[in-house]
Design a protein. Structure first.
Length: 161
């Protein structure tokens, strides 16, 4: 049973990647840039935006570089995942969210020269984002919590040596 203990995390990663890819493909085939195609009242609008930058549109126009960085990040996450001996469930969750999030945006950058963003929060000014971005943020939060509270090499951030 032990060898199957991470299957749920692989399934989470696959679900994030496939849902991100499917929604973006639907948007690309159905809407023009700037089209608003739905809403969750008082929460978010769904609007098709092309992002040629990274988070908050920084480094706009550097799609090739960002694509390479995204792929390098995915490789680093995969290597870390397979080299880490005793994976804590919170660390496994972090990696299961970070990898498909970075990969989803990398696919867009390489295939289209931009990232498809579509979620626009209504209740405060915030850049438009997508499912992959949401997974990355959740993965970072899970990783920070893991390293702060569960990493065996530290005692709540202090070295044990």
């Amino acid at each position: 049973m032990k060898k199957y203990k991470y299957v749920p995390f692989y399934l989470i990663a696959a679900a994030v990647f496939i849902s991100d890819l499917a929604v973006k493909r639907y948007i690309l085939s159905s809407f023009e840039t700037g089209d608003v195609f739905g809403e969750i009242p008082f929460v978010a609008d769904f609007i098709y935006v092309r992002n040629t930058g990274a988070a908050f549109s920084i480094l706009s126009g550097n799609t090739a570089v960002l694509g390479i960085v995204s792929i390098a990040f995915c490789i680093a996450v995969a290597i870390y995942w397979f080299r880490k001996k005793d994976k804590h469930p919170l660390l496994a969750l972090a990696l299961a969210l970070l990898f498909p999030g970075a990969l989803g945006n990398a696919v867009d950058r390489i295939a289209y020269g931009f990232v498809v963003d579509f979620i626009s929060v209504k209740w405060f000014e915030f850049p438009v984002f997508n499912i992959a971005d949401t997974a990355i943020v959740a993965g970072v939060v899970a990783a920070v919590l893991y390293f702060l509270f569960f990493d065996k090499g530290t005692d709540n951030g202090r070295n044990n040596s």
